[in-house]
Structure formats: structure tokens, C-alpha cells
Design a protein around this ligand. Sequence first.
Ligand SMILES: Nc1ncnc2c1ncn2[C@@H]1O[C@H](COP(=O)(O)OP(=O)(O)OP(=O)(O)O)[C@@H](O)[C@H]1O
Ligand SMILES: [Mg+2]
Length: 420
Amino acid sequence: MPDKIRVLIVDDIPETRDHLSKLLGFEADIEVVGAAASGREAIDTARSMKPDIVLMDINMPDMDGITATEQMAAEVPTAAVVMMSVQGEADYLRRSMLAGAREFLVKPFSSDELTLSIRHVYTREREKLSRMAVQPVAGAPAAAPAGHSTREGQEPGRVVAVFGPKGGVGRTTLAVNLAVAAATELGQRTCLVDASFQFGDVGVLLNLNPKNKSIADVIPELESGELESLDTFVINHSSGIRVLLAPPSPEMAELITPVGAKAMIEGLRLENDLVVVDCMASFNDTTLAILDQADVVLTMLSLEITSIKNIRLFLEVAEQLGYPSDKIRLVLNRADSSLGIRVADVEHSIGRRVDHTIVSDGRSVVYALNRGVPFFLSNREAQVSQDVLRLASAVVGTKAAVADEPAKKAGQKKSLFAWR
Ligand SMILES: Nc1ncnc2c1ncn2[C@@H]1O[C@H](COP(=O)(O)OP(=O)(O)OP(=O)(O)O)[C@@H](O)[C@H]1O
Ligand SMILES: [Mg+2]
């Protein structure tokens, strides 16, 4: 019989602890190894009982669940926290994830949801540990060690993360074409990274196969901080850009930790003038590590209410994280689509100006996508290519006048909604 999943229950309400304990008691593969009524007690119990999973309530006297999760990550790193909270606490979700929680259960949840979450997190953690040849080292060096192949005598390059808190807003499209524009028109030695580790699309847009070479080949070295150079794992694309692809299969994404992602970015920074990172939409700790490292976060949105809502939440998180306001640049994709929401409405809703706009051009974009050739190469004169080049110039810092352009184009020059 395989090992049972060892669970610690943390909740200040005795009835809840009992209830959870009874529910889990019916599961043959789960064993409740302890219960704690506060964050502090949870850490003490976890230290001695070494649970695999900690079911953690958020609101508790003395030490709340988020603080306890942070401490747990430092003191009992093998215990994976599943956070439990009542509905309407969206802010808690973000803070829990930042603290290191692996999953978030909204109360009331069914016993199926509970056991599924526990098993899912447990399997993921086990896979992570068993697949990793070398355990992650907390605080491993951010930059690659001496001997790393740097560009002789040059400053480390700029890192531009292309992010969007909602999927399907055009991150990959922008990241690929921005990288190509910077390399071909602005003479930048550019590396494009597919950090959409689970379902990366960069390979599709560039007609490259991750089976040949990808970040999956270098994970142990990234995790241990023993990386010599990333050059061997980077593919030279015919457009002139260099590409580090996402792993060939989704489950390998779990193996890339914040420490590994940070080492990856710092290594690439030394070998390139510009590193463009196509980030995933989910706001997990690995994405956060990349955003932390980035000099500029191009945050993409579209004229859809869900996209706008998520941007507002992301801007709040960015503020909490202490990012300077000019690190985040808002890029409105398909800005000219008339979908019932105007740019002014967006700016009003999020309380700041959109910094860059990109026109909608389904013909060029989708045709390019299906051929595996970036539209910046196949349709260089199109407005969408011009917009991407303008954006590339702005992030590389070659043309100072660029930043005003989108506002003029969208007729928002006199916008009342100045930057916060
Ligand atoms: N400016 C544009 N004009 C027309 N179509 C666009 C534009 N930008 C992106 N698209 C289309 O929108 C779709 C989503 O784009 P893309 O895959 O780049 O988004 P994403 O944010 O990377 O999505 P995912 O969440 O899947 O990673 C694609 O079909 C793409 O061709
Ligand atoms: Mg994508």
C-alpha cells in the first residue's frame, strides 16, 4: 500500500476542524496527522509532524493563515499549503499565492473538491521532488556564476516581460513580433523566452519544435544555480532572434520554480541586449519571480470587461509589491475594435492612461500565425507592424517621442484620467 497523504488541519473553529477531520477520515489514502487552532500552533505542529499538506484557514487569531503560510514555506518547505477562505476575499487569494500557498479552496466546498485538491497538490509536489535531480536551493544565486558567456564588456541587457492577467489577449503575438522587431530593426541581440511554461505557443508561431531544445533540458542546473551558459539551450531562429522554448509537455512546467526562473532571466540578461519574456496569465509565484526581475512589464489588455477587471486587480497587486509605476506599461491590443467599450472608459475604470496601443488586424496576425512566420517579417508595412515597432523602440529606448503616440492616435490627448 502506498504512503498515505499526511494532512494537518488548521482552523480556529473546533467544529470546522472536527468536520474536516471526519470528511478526510473516509478516504483510504489520506491520514489526518494533526490539527491546530492558530497559525503559531500550526507551524509548531508541522515542524514535528512533517505533514505533506496543510489545510490552512485564513482568518485566525494570533497569527493569520497568510503569515503562517509564509513562515511554513521557510521552516517546513516540504509541507504544501492549501488555503481555505470564504467567498468575496479575492485579495486574500492573491496574497496567499504570494505567500506560497499551492491551492485555494473557497468555503463552503464539497468533500470531493477537498479531496481532489489535496490529491492534486500532493501529486504535483511529489512529481516535482522526484523529477528534480537537484533540490532547489533557497536563495540560489540570481546571476549565473563567473565563467558565464557574457557579451564582452557590455552592460546586462534589458528584460521586458509581456504579461496579461487574462489569457488570450495577444501576449504571445506581441512578444514574438516585438522580439523580431527589436532584432531586425533596432539591432538588438534579442532572446525571446516562452515562460508560458505549461502551454507555450511561441514554438507554434515560429515553427520551432520544443522536443529538440527547450528550457526543460536545463532545469536542474537552473535550480541549483550551477548554470554555465544558456547558449546551448537557445535556438537560433531564421529571423535573427534567439529563442528559449517552453518544455515540450505541460507537466514539466511544475518543475520550474521561482529560483529557477530567476536564474534563467539573470543568465539570459548577461548574454543578450534584450530579453523578451512571454509570461503566462496565471499569477503564480514563478510568474511573480519573472515580473520582479523585469525592467519593464508590458501589461496587455483588450476592450473586454473581464480583461479590464483583471488589470485593475493586477495594478493593485503591483502597487503592493512596490513596483515603480513606470515599470508597468499598459498595452491595449486591438485598440480599434468597436466592442462597446471605449479607451476612455478603460482609462476611467483603471484610473490611469493606456501607454501603447496596437491595432486589430486579424488578416495579418492570423495568416502569420498559421504559417509560422511572424507578421513583422511577412507584412512589415502593416499598421500592426508599425505599432509593434513603435513599442519596441519605446522599450529599448531608441526614440524618446514614442510614448505620446498612442494617446494621440486614440484621441485621448486630453484625457482627464491622468496617471495616478
Ligand atoms: N492585434 C491583433 N489583431 C488581430 N488578432 C490578434 C491581435 N493580437 C492577437 N490576435 C489574435 O488573438 C488570439 C490570441 O492571441 P495570443 O495567442 O497572442 O494571446 P495570448 O495572450 O498569448 O493567449 P494565451 O492565453 O493562449 O497564451 C490569436 O488568435 C491571435 O492571432
Ligand atoms: Mg500565449
